[in-house]
Design a protein around this ligand. Structure first.
Ligand code: ZN
Length: 404
């Protein structure tokens, strides 16, 4: 019924086929929350008895449940539709930032079940051991049968399978075995990714149920640095060493500001949250008795009509628009999805961003392009860590297809 990838040395086990079929159906139910058994028979070509067998197993395991459809019945009694039991499988997620870490557990729908925060510590070993303790505290009570693993996000270049950080300039981390420290003594499976890539993954994985997920879009993270995650034809663009699409380090000004990456004039030095806050301080001056406002505070001041805050947002929006024009020229995306301060202040900044973009990009391309604030706001990367774990679990079904 299903083609599965097995090495020539692996025995073809019935359990492999059964697991692949089960995940195929689970994935279908996840993506189409109003499917009936008859729909599955029609779509897959599986026999009705096979579908019934697999569905009964999944119901018994608590993975799915059946309830009357909200669709009107054409004839006879109301059909039953299948839905995932969201808390049947749990994933943990860790987001590491320059200000600390957030650790969560979440269900299949991305609902956060529990969370902890770990404050930043300059000594990376002390910090990472505290993060490890927080992961253990949130996951120790979970049944290993239901717990799928831990996703970890970092702002930088990270080896996807081992979790070794190659370079995270804004954390000051280079060649650190983050994966080894976090997973020490744990039997859970760990997955690692870059924050912008995971923001893009969250946007696609946790889209509105039943809606068409975005296929070609760029997700923009705006924090200490500026990261971009590029999804082309539904796949993340990672590159040979996972460093593809570092648009934050493309040059905006040849003689611009010095960037932690070693170059000058990088886009992130003008459009990241750090750049926005620095620009405000430079324009205002920094008397010692007045605290430096963060991006949320600058947006709040702008909403209250503060001319300095409005001017700083307008100037930064111009830099964002130039970068978006570059992204548009390279990828011709259907959408650029923005997170962080730009998502919070989207109503204030969108016209300025569009003006800068329109003055640089061809109108025929802009007719297609949408600029969208992230659906997940400040949780986008964190939900991306959960999506990373879930997508790995469902991957075997996504790669499997009913045999011809
Ligand atoms: Zn740079």
């Amino acid at each position: 019924m299903v083609k599965i990838q097995l090495s020539s040395r692996s025995p073809l086990l019935k359990s492999h086929l059964r697991e692949a079929n089960e995940r195929l159906l689970l994935n279908m139910i996840r993506q189409n929350p109003d499917l009936s058994r008859a729909d599955i028979v029609r779509i897959t070509g599986f026999s009705a008895s096979s579908v019934t067998f697999i569905i009964k197993r999944m119901i018994k395991a608590g993975l799915v449940c059946e309830s009357p459809s909200e669709r009107p019945a054409r004839v006879g009694r109301q059909p039953l539709t299948l839905r995932l039991n969201p808390q049947a499988l749990i994933a943990a997620g860790v987001e590491i930032l320059g200000t600390g870490a957030r650790v969560i557990t979440a269900d299949l729908h991305g609902n956060i079940l529990a969370q902890r925060s770990v404050p930043w510590e300059l000594d990376h070993m002390i910090f990472l051991v505290r993060v490890r303790d927080a992961i253990r505290a949130l996951t120790a009570h979970l049944n290993p049968k239901n717990f799928l693993g831990v996703g970890v996000s970092l702002p930088g270049t990270i080896h996807r399978s081992t979790g070794r950080v190659i370079a995270a300039e804004n954390l000051g981390w280079f060649d650190i075995d983050v994966g080894g420290i976090l997973s020490e003594g744990s039997s859970a499976r760990f997955h690692f990714g870059n924050d912008a890539h995971l923001g893009a993954l969250a946007e696609r994985w946790f889209c509105e149920p039943g809606s068409r997920p975005l296929e070609n879009f760029v997700y923009v993270v705006l924090r200490q640095g500026l990261g971009t995650g590029v999804m082309l034809d539904g796949s993340l663009l990672r590159g040979a060493t996972g460093e593809a699409c570092e648009f934050g380090h493309t040059t905006l000004f040849a003689d611009g500001r010095r960037c932690p990456c070693g170059s000058v004039g990088c886009w992130e030095e003008y459009a990241s949250q750090r750049a926005l806050e620095r620009l405000y301080l430079e324009k205002r001056g920094a008397p010692r008795n007045r605290p430096a406002p963060d991006a949320d505070e600058i947006i709040r001041l702008a909403r209250n009509g503060d001319p300095l805050a409005l001017g700083v947002l307008e100037e930064t929006a111009g830099y964002l628009g130039i970068g978006f024009a570059n992204i548009n020229a390279v990828f011709n995306p259907e959408a650029i999805v923005v997170g962080d301060y730009l998502a919070s202040g989207w109503d204030l900044m969108k016209d300025w961003v569009w003006n800068a973009l329109r003055s640089r990009a061809p109108l025929r391309q802009l007719r297609l392009l949408r600029l969208l604030p992230s659906r997940h706001g400040a949780d986008s990367t964190l939900l991306g860590t959960v999506a990373l774990v879930l997508s790995s679990f469902f991957a075997s079904s996504a790669e499997s297809r009913p045999a011809a």
